[in-house]
Design a binder for this molecule. Structure first.
Ligand code: NAP
Length: 211
């Protein structure tokens, strides 16, 4: 599948590399596609990856993944051009700059803002409730970490579920896109446990237990 990954940092870089290993075609979209950082990333991934402008990567992707810092996300979406009918994956968390909390919440969410900005796109919230260093290794003993997703388009959620399952996550559909109001605070709990409670960036993950 052709995947445009907007932002090539911790999240975008890890997802792009892992999906390329599964045979997907990746184009990273960054403000400076000739920059050393993204060029090194592309080189390390090999033939399934390339870099371009944000607009080029967005137009390349059947799926367009936003892995940008929250304050840059509206601009990144604007630079993407027409996203109507595309599957858009929103990985962002609307973090306060000092990680003290979220700048949007309870009655709104980053996921819903992304859907307003990316008019006509099928937005799925995903990959935001666990640190990027775990994307390549979501197994904790005999258990697979849960990947919570939400969105309003069933077919888009099926595609994103497959992309998360390919990495080894157990996907949990949390319902409509408004459930981003729950998934973004869940990310805050993950961050709090990792960096304030000493569990670290690869020591824990959320798992939904069922009967
Ligand atoms: N880090 C995690 O473990 C983690 C886990 C889940 C979710 N998240 C969320 O995922 C998002 C990305 O986090 P990250 O840690 O990957 O951030 P990061 O390492 O800082 O990477 C951000 C990327 O976005 C690019 N970027 C900045 N402004 C842009 C713009 N206007 N248009 C296009 N690209 C732009 C950056 O390019 P330059 O380098 O050129 O500035 C960089 O490649 C955040 O919203 C974060 O809250 C993070």
């Amino acid at each position: 599948m052709k995947i445009g990954v907007i932002g090539a940092g911790n999240v975008g870089g890890a997802l792009g590399k892992l999906w390329a290993e599964k045979g997907h075609e990746i184009m990273f979209g960054v403000p400076d596609p000739r920059g050393a950082k993204v060029q090194e990333l592309v080189k390390s991934i090999g033939k399934h990856a390339r870099a371009g402008s944000v607009k080029e990567a967005a137009s390349f992707g059947e799926v367009v993944v936003f892995a940008t810092p929250w304050p840059a996300t509206q601009d990144a979406i604007k630079s993407s051009g027409d996203l109507s009918d595309k599957i858009v994956v929103d990985c962002t968390n609307p973090l306060a700059p000092d990680l003290s909390g979220l700048v949007i919440g309870t009655t709104n969410s980053a996921g819903e803002e992304v859907a307003r900005w990316a008019r006509g796109a099928k937005v799925v919230k995903a990959f935001n409730t666990i640190g990027a260093p775990n994307f390549g290794n979501p197994r904790f003993g005999s258990e697979a970490a849960s990947m919570f997703i939400c969105g309003d388009d069933a077919s888009a959620k099926t595609v994103v579920s497959t992309l998360a399952s390919e990495l080894g996550f157990e996907v949990v559909d949390a319902g409509p896109l408004t459930a981003s109001r729950l998934l973004e605070p869940l990310a805050m709990l993950w961050i709090h446990l990792a960096f304030k409670q000493g569990l670290g960036p690869t020591g824990h993950a959320f798992k939904l237990l069922r009967r």
